[in-house]
Each structure stands twice: as structure tokens, then as C-alpha cells.
Design a protein. Structure first.
Length: 342
């Protein structure tokens, strides 16, 4: 099988390629990545060195580029991890989110149809459902996104639905929960806080920290996507989550413990996401579990080992946090809250 994985220089995509190389060594894997700010060549160093993975530099919105890769390498299936993914950045400007997450998906769907590929897996998010005070999102929950990021992901989901209805394009959707693990760009809660605390810097907790997220390790998330690629029914969506509902305060406690830092480094800031801040995510995953997938990782030990990974892999994240573009965003977004503590 010749598989094209888009967005594999990013966080979950890179875990997916590593998993595929391990458990499906006879597959040929092609990677397409634009190497935008959060995509990192060093993240792919191990699997690009193994000879079974071919790298292509480019954007998923580029019809000519994607068509050339598909036709030139007899690609059978595509899994799309490429996305702009950070809610806070989308609240500063949402345009690039629509380009990647809506137009990019539309382009991939067209290439899949024009070349009669066997399958297209679109990796989406539980955030398309919005927020839920009680109970759980199922795949039947109407979508009601609350940020420019989640709205752009929902647009991609709807394009998938429309292409399936209109052309019977063989598309399957996954909707994953909050994902953590090694190689996550240090802008999301866990790697942002871990890297700042390791450096002895202050961390900005939004509001009172009572928001609840459902956490899943990147390796479990990647295994869920592979399971959907191989077993999912076309035209269907599958939630990929674990039962780990935790408040941000609970996550913070483990971060402080593992980095040996104290509460004095925590600043409770006015919530920068304001009305767009979802209070709680929780997903039912029975549909995918009925196909034989289940998460394997225990939450607290794997959260601790993730923080330890950041302690031991400064050479991966230090160049990122020292990059002027990274620092410019941190200053722009958090400057008014943290002032001299930036
Ligand atoms: O649920 C899946 C989604 O999870 C993915 O689709 C998104 O791509 C991913 O970014 C994540 O979205 P969140 O907005 O939930 O993740 P984030 O790590 O940005 O924030 C998690 C929680 O932590 C949220 O309640 C906001 C809070 N937070 C975050 C940051 C960056 C803070 O209190 N302080 C911070 O500095």
C-alpha cells in the first residue's frame, strides 16, 4: 500500500507515521508537509532516516503538487493531519485557518475523487461539537463550534460530508480529544507550561482553571486513526478519546510537581478566549471501540513521562522557544497579562 500522510512534521501526524512504520513496515509512506511554524523537520528525523518514508514539501491547498505526488507514486490512500490547530492564534486571526482547514481539505477531496483513491481519512477534532455541560458528545451530536479554529475544522468536516453525499468519495472522519505527548509544539497547555516551568518562567492560567478537557496520549490517538483507516466505514465519523476528563488545575498540579516548581510561578489571568472558551469536552467513543480499538495508555504516568521528555529534550524545543516569531506571538498574546514576567 502506498499511503500519503499530510502534516507529518506536526505533532499527531508524526506519531502516526512512526506507528505505521512499526506496525505496517511493508507500506510505503509519503509525507507532504508545508513546514509552517509548528511543523519541524527535526520531529521527522528518525523516520525520514529509515528509508521507508519519502518527504515532499508543499501545501495541501496546492492542487498541482498534491496531484503530482498522488500520480507519481501510485498513492492509494490519504490521511490528512495538516491543519492550523491553535485556538488562541485563531482568535488573533482566523484567515490562515480557513485556508488550511477548509480549502486544503476541499483540495484533497478533489484529488481523491479525480484519481479514484481508495480512501481519505480526515483527522478532525471534538471541538467541532462545541462545549457540553453534562453527558458526552456522540458522533450524532450536531456541530456547534465556538472559535475560528473549530469553525474552520467544522467547515472541513462538512466538505467531507458533502463530497461523500455528492460523489460517494470514500471519506472517513475522526474527531480526537485533547492530545498530549512528546513533540507537541510549545503553544498548547501542556508543552507551553512544561517548557516555561522548566525554564523557571511564569505560566498564564486562563480564568480559574476549572475548564475540563478529555485527554488522550498521541500514540493512542494515532492508533485510533490507523484503526479508522483500516476498519472505519466510509461516510462515517468516529470519536477518538479516552476517559481522562481533567480540569486545567489538575493538569497544572502534575506539571508543577514534575518540574519541581511552585504556585508562585502561576498567574491567573483574565480569560483571553472570553466567550469562545469551551468549558468542557467529553466524548463517547463506543462507536470506534465497537470496531476493536481502545486506548492503552494510563493518563497520569504518561503525563509524567511526557513532562520528563520535555526535561530531557531541550535540544528539540529550545530552538523553537528562542525563535523570534515564537517570541513575537507570546509577547503579542500574553504581554498585556504577564508584562515583565514574559
Ligand atoms: O479537543 C481537541 C483540541 O484540543 C484540538 O482540536 C486543538 O487543536 C488543541 O489545541 C486542543 O484545544 P484546546 O484549546 O483545548 O487546547 P489548549 O492546550 O490550547 O488549551 C487547553 C486548556 O488550557 C484550555 O481550557 C485553555 C487552557 N490554557 C491554555 C493555554 C495555552 C491556559 O489556561 N493557559 C494557556 O496558556
Amino acid at each position: 500500500m502506498n499511503l500519503l500522510v499530510t502534516g507529518a512534521a506536526g505533532f499527531i501526524g508524526s506519531h502516526f507515521v512512526r506507528l505505521v512504520r512499526r506496525v505496517r513496515p511493508d507500506w510505503t509512506v509519503h509525507v507532504l508537509d508545508a513546514l509552517t511554524y509548528s511543523g519541524n523537520g527535526t520531529t521527522m528525523a528518525d523516520f525520514l532516516a529509515d528509508g521507508g518514508v519519502m518527504f515532499h514539501h508543499g501545501r495541501i491547498e496546492d492542487h498541482t503538487k498534491v496531484t503530482e505526488i498522488v500520480q507519481g507514486n501510485q498513492i492509494h490512500q490519504i490521511v490528512n493531519f495538516a491543519a492550523e490547530s491553535h485556538n488562541d492564534r485563531s482568535l488573533v486571526s482566523g484567515s490562515s485557518f480557513l485556508v488550511s482547514n477548509a480549502m486544503g481539505v476541499e483540495n484533497l477531496l478533489n484529488v481523491v475523487r479525480e484519481n479514484q483513491l481508495q480512501r481519505f481519512v480526515q483527522v478532525s477534532t471534538d471541538e467541532v461539537y462545541g462545549t457540553i455541560a453534562e453527558g458526552q458528545f456522540t458522533e450524532e451530536t450536531p456541530i456547534a463550534p465556538n472559535t475560528p479554529y473549530s469553525a474552520s475544522k467544522a467547515a472541513g468536516d462538512l466538505q467531507c460530508r458533502a463530497h461523500f453525499k455528492a460523489y460517494k468519495t470514500p471519506v472517513v472522519l475522526t474527531r480526537g480529544g485533547n492530545t498530549f505527548g512528546p513533540f507537541q509544539y510549545p503553544e498548547k497547555l501542556i508543552p507551553f507550561f512544561a517548557t516555561r516551568l522548566i525554564q523557571g518562567k511564569h505560566v498564564p492560567l486562563y480564568g480559574d482553571g476549572s475548564q475540563i478537557r478529555e485527554w488522550i496520549h498521541a500514540e493512542d490517538h494515532a492508533a485510533g486513526v490507523l484503526h479508522v483507516l483500516e476498519n472505519g466505514l466510509v461516510g462515517e465519523a468516529y470519536n477518538i478519546g479516552d476517559v481522562n476528563e481533567r480540569t486545567n488545575l489538575e493538569i497544572l498540579e502534575v506539571l508543577l510537581e514534575e518540574t519541581g516548581r511552585g504556585q508562585e510561578l502561576v498567574i491567573n489571568i483574565e480569560d483571553p478566549r472570553k466567550g469562545a472558551h469551551d468549558a468542557r469536552y467529553s466524548m463517547a467513543t463506543d462507536k470506534l471501540q465497537a470496531l476493536g480499538w481502545k486506548p492503552e495508555k494510563e493518563f497520569i504516568p504518561s503525563l509524567r513521562s511526557t513532562i520528563q521528555w520535555y526535561r530531557e529534550n531541550r535540544d528539540w524545543w529550545e530552538p523553537i522557544v528562542q525563535d523570534p516569531q515564537y517570541q513575537a506571538f507570546v509577547k503579542q498574546y500574553y504581554g498585556k497579562y504577564l508584562g515583565d514576567l514574559l
